[in-house]
Design a protein around this ligand. Structure first.
Ligand code: PLP
Length: 414
């Protein structure tokens, strides 16, 4: 089955009424016939549900779909994308461990890394996530390589197959934040990544109506249990040890669960992910080309543009050569950036991506407000930069809107 068919027709639990979507089990707890039954459910000796922080049928339905479309063994959903990133890392890290990560990361993840430093987990940043740059930073304490598939908002693209090879040769798991690319464009696990995390608040949900995240385990990692003591207790699960610990231990104990209603909204969103990404990518490319050719902006960055250094990789790695649905533009100054943003009629000024609506933001004064000058520099978040998360509007309307807003900026701002 191809992607859209797989999303709609992979086998999911049958419903007695033939309902086409999983019901929303909006409950905290599940009652059982007897104390013995509940004992067996608690001990994983009998399938069943006990408490929604641990598992819930609506949540399980979403997780199953995520695992299927990512080509993973299992998916664990979380309260937010940040919860997913946190749990994915803390599941295997402890004080003294090191992470190697790209420097052009999402602002929230950079802030999280500062929190991890206080726990004794250090992060070594590489300017580009390439095998060569990573190789130079590996030490015996390196326990994770972490990268965003399409950096947000730097828009650098990681060559997963190449980086996975390096990770594998050192027995280090590669964790990919696939939020900006989505499984509609690429399955990082199939290219060699070990774990994929998503902020499903974004494209997976698709309508901007629920915050959530998800961790998908490919179960392809040969864990060295001496090097990853957190997994030692789960050694008997072999390649499944990562998810076993997550579910039975860390994620459950941190209470990072998703709400059933949000899991359901994501399940609905998933059904149109393929077709939305197709249209969003098309809109993004058209607007990027149009703005590049207009000649009035300092710079237009979109990985799908011919002139982009990632153009060849995008064509090779992503479905239909689609470069994602985010582009950035440089306007010349913060004042001009603000004028342009305020002059747009259709684009909402909001800190989100992956909505059906076009969203714009000035990252330097918002998402990166807590970052140091150096962090902003590394993430290529300039004072005149605007991030555009393209929506499903008709492209001619977006072109007209950007044209009038750029004209206004050129007339009224310096
Ligand atoms: C939004 C985002 C996150 C965080 O997700 P939340 O759902 O907002 O917690 C993490 N990574 C990337 C790439 C994101 O865009």
């Amino acid at each position: 089955m191809r992607f859209n068919t797989r999303v709609l027709h992979s086998t999911f639990p049958a419903d007695p009424y033939g309902s086409t979507l999983p019901p929303v089990y909006q409950v905290s707890a599940f009652a059982h016939e007897s104390a013995e039954t509940l004992e067996r459910v608690f001990d994983n000796k009998q399938p069943g549900f006990a408490y929604t922080r641990i598992s819930n049928p609506t949540v399980a339905a979403f997780e199953k779909r995520m695992a299927v479309i990512e080509g993973g063994f299992d998916a664990v959903s979380c309260a937010s994308g940040m919860a997913a990133v946190s749990m994915a890392l803390l599941n295997i890290l402890q004080s003294g461990d090191e992470i190697i990560a790209g420097s052009g990361l999402f602002g929230g993840t950079l802030d999280l890394f500062a929190d991890l430093q206080l726990l004794g987990i250090t992060v070594k940043f590489v300017s580009d996530v390439t095998a060569e740059k990573i190789e130079a930073q590996i030490t015996p304490n390196t326990k994770v390589i972490f990268a965003e598939l399409i950096g947000n908002p730097r828009l650098d693209v990681v060559n997963i197959a190449e980086v996975a090879k390096t990770a594998n040769s050192h027995g280090i798991p590669l964790i990919i934040d696939g939020t900006t690319a989505t499984p509609a464009l690429v399955n990082p696990l199939e290219l060699g990544a070990h774990i994929v995390v998503h902020s499903s608040s974004k494209y997976i949900n698709g309508s901007g109506d629920a915050i959530s995240g998800v961790i998908v385990d490919g179960a392809r990692m040969n864990w060295d249990f001496e090097r990853f003591p957190a997994l030692l207790k789960y050694r008997k699960f072999g390649k499944l040890a990562y998810t076993a610990r997550l579910r039975q231990d860390l994620w459950r104990n941190f209470g990072a669960c998703i709400a059933p209603q949000n899991a359901w909204l994501n399940t609905v969103g998933l059904e149109t992910l393929g077709i939305r990404m197709e249209r969003l990518c098309k809109n993004a490319l058209e607007l990027a080309e149009y703005l590049s050719e207009s000649g009035t902006l300092e710079n237009v960055n979109y990985p799908g543009l011919e002139k982009s250094p990632y153009s060849a990789l995008v064509k090779k790695q992503f479905e239909s050569g689609c470069g994602g649905a985010i582009l950035t533009i440089r306007t010349g100054s913060k004042e001009r950036a603000f004028k342009l943003i305020n002059s747009l009629k259709y684009a909402k000024i909001a800190t989100n991506i992956g909505d059906v609506r076009t969203l714009v933001i000035h990252p330097a004064s918002t998402i990166y407000a807590h970052s140091s000058g150096e962090q902003r520099q590394n993430a290529e978040v300039y004072d005149d930069l605007i991030r555009i998360s393209i929506g499903l509007e008709n492209i001619e309307d977006l072109k007209e809107d950007f044209t009038q807003a750029i004209d206004k900026m050129n007339r009224e701002a310096s």
